[in-house]
Design a protein around this ligand. Structure first.
Ligand code: PMP
Length: 394
């Protein structure tokens, strides 16, 4: 017996991916030269598998602000927000996030993962209920596990299923927090948000929306799905990340409820970890500003999205979502086909994501293309063209 015996299934799954020169998971990037270009396995590739939706990772203003912050404030804060890691700039970013939503409360966390951990585990206490979509991101399930609320799953994107569960709670629904995402990153699908809002309101429950993948992408000012659907007034908490459209690292929670502030004194994933470094905060503040007025970036992103979605459906691929979005998930029949597609794209100079169980819902094997406002028409031609040689995989 060994401590490592429990990993034998994972080891077998890893082995099934082969041992080619470029691993399809944790693929090392030799060098990154722009928001959409890198070198992988010694070969130049177009990046079509990142979360760089607005293409801001190399924006000169973000880089310059980060550089200045590095010089002025040093490399790291070396401490937690509640001890020695709150700089004026962390507070400024919180004020800017709150102002963007027009809400009084905003908290910055060190990652988006920790934002969910910190908010969910603390907001919902031992007498409360957490109702989470069955396809939720790991950070939502982990936040639920870290806390002591009773956790109830409802069927993915199914407001009727949620309604039945809330009805069963009766008056206790007023102590229930419902959690949905603005865009599910595995299949690229969106929730029926208005229907969820209706059910939550009817039962007097609370709604938290994780806009990790939808912030910067949806809505006139890029605030996310709630903005696009004119439902901002109906949401109690929005969680987001700095690591996708905002091109940095970190997370946030904003709320119309000023009481959110008390989480600073109670949330262990907020208190017991170091705060984001000054350079990250500076680039994120600039990226937030660019995103809020980034209508042209979003137009370009959506042009690219509609082009890819139209092309893949024309080729006969089964897509993970019936509506186009920044994540295009191609459902392939088995792991071998998915791996062959991933390798075929890489051979054609396109880096995409291979997604396999247990990371995927319903044991699916997926090839995921994520697009960016920074993809040029010529790069889109290359991405689309790379699919021509692959066959539909059906
Ligand atoms: N929530 C969702 C829905 C996500 O998809 C992710 C990351 N993929 C996170 C939270 C965590 O964000 P971060 O990478 O900033 O920790």
């Amino acid at each position: 017996m060994s401590l490592f015996d429990k990993f034998s299934d994972l080891a077998a799954a890893r082995k099934s991916l082969g041992d080619g020169p470029v691993p399809p998971v944790a693929t090392p990037m030799d060098a990154i030269s722009s928001a959409t270009e890198a070198t992988i396995g010694g070969q130049p590739v177009i990046l079509a598998g990142t979360n760089n939706y607005l293409g801001l990772t190399f924006h000169p203003d973000c880089i310059e602000q980060a550089r200045q912050a590095l010089t002025r404030h040093g490399t790291g804060t070396t401490g937690s927000r509640m001890a020695n890691g709150t700089y004026r700039e962390h507070q400024a970013l919180e004020a800017e996030l709150g102002a963007a939503f027009g809400w009084p409360a905003a908290m910055v966390f060190s990652t988006g993962y920790q934002a969910n951990l910190g908010v969910l585990s603390t907001l919902a206490g031992p007498d409360d209920f957490l109702l989470v979509d069955a396809d939720s991101h790991a950070s939502i399930f982990d936040g639920a596990r870290l806390g002591s609320a009773q956790v109830i799953r409802f069927r993915h994107n199914d407001p009727e299923n949620l309604e039945r569960r809330l009805a069963r709670l009766g008056e206790n629904a007023s102590r229930a927090l419902v959690v949905v995402e603005g865009l599910y990153s595995m299949l690229g699908d969106q929730p029926p948000l208005a229907a969820f809002v209706e059910v939550v309101k009817k039962h007097g429950a609370w709604l938290l929306l994780d806009e990790a993948h939808s912030f910067g992408v949806f809505g006139e000012r890029g605030l996310g799905l709630a903005e696009q659907e004119s439902l901002l007034d109906e949401v109690d908490f929005i969680v987001g990340t700095f690591s996708k459209s905002l091109a940095g690292i970190g997370g946030f929670c904003v709320s119309p409820h000023p009481e959110l502030e008390m989480l600073r004194y109670a949330s262990r994933p907020y208190i017991f970890t170091a705060s984001p470094s000054p350079a990250v905060i500076a680039s994120t503040r600039t990226a937030l500003d660019l995103s809020l007025k980034g209508q042209e970036l979003r137009q370009q992103l959506w042009r690219n999205i509609n082009r890819l979605y139209g092309y893949l459906t024309k080729l006969g691929y089964e897509m993970g979502s019936t509506t186009p979005g920044p994540v295009a998930a191609v459902i392939l029949p088995d792991r071998k086909t998915a791996l062959a597609h991933w390798q075929g794209l890489l051979d054609a100079g396109i880096y995409a994501n291979l997604m396999i169980p247990p990371a995927t819902p319903q044991g699916m094997n997926l090839l995921r293309i994520s697009l960016s406002a920074a993809h040029t028409d010529a790069q889109m031609d290359r991405i689309l063209g790379a699919f021509d040689g692959l066959g539909s995989g059906q």
